[in-house]
Design a protein. Structure first.
Length: 366
């Protein structure tokens, strides 16, 4: 039903464009001059089924190809009645953009299933526990350029979450995992350091990007739990030949503490890292993954990509692994604004589940 509906929408859009006498080349040329976009998004995974929504962004204050201010948003609805909305202000100001604010706010009402903790599917729950998560999250990182490429600053994180679960399931849920079922508040302060030599913020052809982040949550300033979060993100973009680019990324995320709500544990999957895995199925207090992508031009503002990734979640006390997760696929990129923002369509597969997963979204994975 959904596949036929999507295909019909595509045919109607194509027919409307053709009947109006509008050439695809003309549309693409107009799009690449815009400072904004509003696009439909779509993805499919067996766990969430179809997820549709809308994404948009406005780009302004073009200081250079890297220092571009923006305000983007994303709203997603799934067939399982999950709803998420996020807004992301990324702002440069001061002399030549010497200050940078990286921030986001997220609201969600998310019916989901708790399947357990760990990287071994054999130890996950055969009968997952259904629950609904309702949360508000705000993150802000204020950084200043120390040199042309190096930034340093402070960060603040806030999250308030309430989990709704049937009374008949509470005893079983608490017996398996005792944190995450009660309402909690997380407030954290920390630092962040970034090195950025990319040729462009959104579709770089060359350069390096490295970012380290440390966040400390403590009951002293209102946090329910004592948690230390550390993440490191490294990316390299290699210009092979005339916009043929080899890009690769390594990312790791650590969550350390005696009691950590399962919602805050590190996980793999989603539309950016380890595409093809549903985010949250595999979770523990450490994750590490790497991915590579070969990007190449096809025609005008149309580009292609081949990608692959491997990684997993781990427990920091043992670092045992069952079988590394692997995902791979291919996709198309349509440039839709002069800031090099792409409409991205990816088809992925992985070594754990049968079938393919699909993503239609804005912005590149990394």
């Amino acid at each position: 039903m959904w596949k036929q509906f999507i295909f019909a929408c595509f045919l109607i859009s194509f027919a409307t464009t053709a009947s109006a006498g509008i050439k695809l080349d003309s549309l693409l040329k107009i799009a690449t001059k815009l400072n904004f976009y509003v696009l439909p998004t779509l993805s499919y995974q067996p766990e969430t089924r179809y997820a549709g929504g809308v994404a948009g962004g406005y780009y302004f204050h073009f200081i250079d190809p890297v220092r571009i201010s923006s305000v983007t948003f994303d709203a997603v609805f799934t067939q399982r009645r999950q709803f998420m909305f996020s807004i992301n202000p990324h702002l440069f100001w001061g002399s030549k953009g010497s200050w940078f604010l990286f921030s986001n706010a997220n609201v969600q009402s998310y019916p989901n299933y708790f399947v357990g903790i760990g990287n071994n599917p054999r130890t996950l729950l055969k009968n997952p526990i259904p629950y609904t998560s309702r949360s508000i999250t705000v993150n802000a990182q204020l950084q200043r350029y120390l040199t042309k490429r190096l930034l340093f600053g402070l960060q603040l994180a806030f999250r308030k979450e309430r989990t709704i679960i049937a009374d008949s399931l509470k005893s079983r849920a608490y017996g398996i995992q005792n944190t995450g079922w009660k309402p909690y508040t997380m407030i954290g302060f920390g630092g962040v350091i970034t090195y950025d030599s990319r040729s462009s913020q959104y579709y770089p052809l060359s350069g390096l990007f490295a970012k380290g982040s440390l966040l400390y949550c403590d009951p002293l300033w209102g946090s329910t739990y004592h948690i230390i979060q550390f993440s490191y993100d490294f990316r390299q973009y290699i210009d092979l030949y005339k916009e043929h680019v080899l890009a690769w990324q390594f990312y790791t995320d650590w969550r350390l503490g005696d009691a950590i709500p399962f919602q805050l544990l590190a996980s793999i999957g989603g539309q950016d890292m380890m595409r093809g895995f549903t985010q949250g199925i595999f979770r523990d207090n450490v994750m590490a993954a790497t991915q590579a992508e070969y990007r190449f031009p096809i025609y005008e503002t149309l580009r292609g990509a081949l990608f692959g990734a491997t990684g997993d979640v781990f427990n920091s006390k043992t670092f045992n692994t069952y079988r590394l997760k692997v995902s791979y696929g291919a996709g198309l990129r349509f440039r839709v604004t002069k800031a090099n923002i792409n409409l991205r369509f990816d088809v992925t597969h992985n070594n754990y589940y049968k079938g393919f997963q699909y993503y239609l979204t804005a912005l590149d994975a990394f």
